[in-house]
Design a protein around this ligand. Structure first.
Ligand code: SF4
Length: 365
């Protein structure tokens, strides 16, 4: 049965494979970039980024030699920025210690920052045609349904058995095709909702289908309510009309990106009070709060924020903290990689210049 199912999957793949430009290349560097970009990102979103990234950094050495700011700028808008930082870090490691080549073994690949076991398997299978398994979200769903796995897929014992199922799907010499076929089957037929079992090459052997469990597998956990924070953001202008932006520390959330200063409001605090406190703490200067620019609601993977943006004026003191700060002309902000929320703010004020005026606070409760 296993061999027949694998053959049916490969036959289906021959006819139904999705055409993607990173499948037309044998270059491990390009395949690595595509696999990292595809983590948590849809193909249609990722494709223009992939093209632009490779125009800017056509080789591993070009990526290693680029400043991190340039790499983050190329990634701007794609989210999960640790992926870009890890690619950059890995490129430097590979140039320093591996002759500028991406290794072929799963063990050596997983030693690179940001490369997990499934990504390593995909690179080894696709770029180096090795018979190694993958277990990305698509493959995991297909295999869980195929074997009618009803438990939570995140449990270590369940995951181990899925890896084994994935490995056993591979016919000798067909690691590349099997990996791609499982990815495609999960993306186009055995989709998270409403799988098209009638069009599935595995239907004859699929236990979930036989038991009518397609919609119950994978088992869904209870969705957690995301915490919400009110955040104040200051567009601090100086006498030359430049705006203050700071670079986030490289390690951590949105690391290496530039942003307008600000922070979370404490319980019971006014928005203007939160602004003054945060800017004093973060930048070391006193500010005069001028006017409210607008409110932006933004969601991240693990929390949501309501951003209250204010135009402010530097009132006292000198910028002095361990962070890197810059005064930048509004027209030059496009050169910096900013988080999406800060970009939204720029769109909101597009065409308007910072100005000096009376304090006109609104909505500060
Ligand atoms: S038969 Fe249905 S549930 Fe089973 S693998 Fe195919 S699409 Fe998924």
């Amino acid at each position: 049965m296993r061999r027949e199912a694998s053959l049916a999957l490969l036959e289906w793949f021959q006819a139904a494979a999705r055409r993607m430009e990173w499948r037309e290349t044998e270059d491990p560097y390009r395949i690595w970039i595509s696999e990292i970009m595809l983590q948590q990102t849809r193909v249609d979103t990722m494709t223009p980024y992939y093209r632009r990234f490779l125009r800017l950094f056509p080789t591993l050495r070009a990526l290693a030699g680029a400043p991190l700011d340039r790499v983050l700028k190329a990634w701007e808008g794609l989210g999960y920025y640790s992926r870009a930082r890890n690619l950059h870090k890995s490129a430097r490691i590979l140039c320093d210690a591996h002759g500028g080549r991406l290794p072929a073994s799963v063990d050596a690949l997983t030693a690179l920052p940001g490369v997990g076991k499934s990504t390593a398997g995909a690179i080894a299978a696709i770029a180096y045609r090795q018979d190694v398994p993958i277990l990305d979200a698509n493959a995991k769903r297909v295999l869980a349904r195929f074997h009618a796995v009803r438990e939570e897929l995140r449990r270590p014992a369940v995951e181990r058995s899925l890896w084994e199922h994935s490995r056993r799907m591979i016919l000798p010499g067909k690691g590349r095709e099997t990996a791609l076929a499982m990815m495609d089957l999960g993306a186009t037929v055995c989709t998270p909702r409403n799988p098209e079992c009638g069009a599935c090459p595995l239907a004859r052997w699929c236990r979930a289908r036989r038991q009518g469990l397609q919609d119950a597998i994978p088992r869904k956990g209870t969705p957690k309510a995301l915490p919400h924070h009110d955040v104040v953001l200051a567009l601090v202008g100086n006498r030359e009309g430049k705006l203050l932006i700071g670079r986030r520390p490289d390690d951590g959330f949105l690391g290496g990106l530039w942003e307008f200063p600000g922070g979370r409001r404490k319980p019971g605090e006014s928005l203007a009070g939160a602004l003054r406190r945060e800017i004093r703490k973060e930048v070391g200067i006193g500010i005069e709060v001028l006017e409210k620019i607008g409110v932006i609601r933004h969601g991240y993977s693990h929390f949501r924020v309501t951003l209250h943006a204010y135009r402010c004026r530097k009132a006292a003191g000198r910028v002095r903290t361990s962070r890197e700060w810059k005064w930048v002309a509004p027209g030059a902000l496009g050169r910096f990689a900013l988080p999406r929320a800060d970009r939204k703010l720029l769109e909101l004020i597009a065409g308007r210049q910072p100005h000096e005026g009376q304090v006109r606070e609104r909505g500060t409760t």
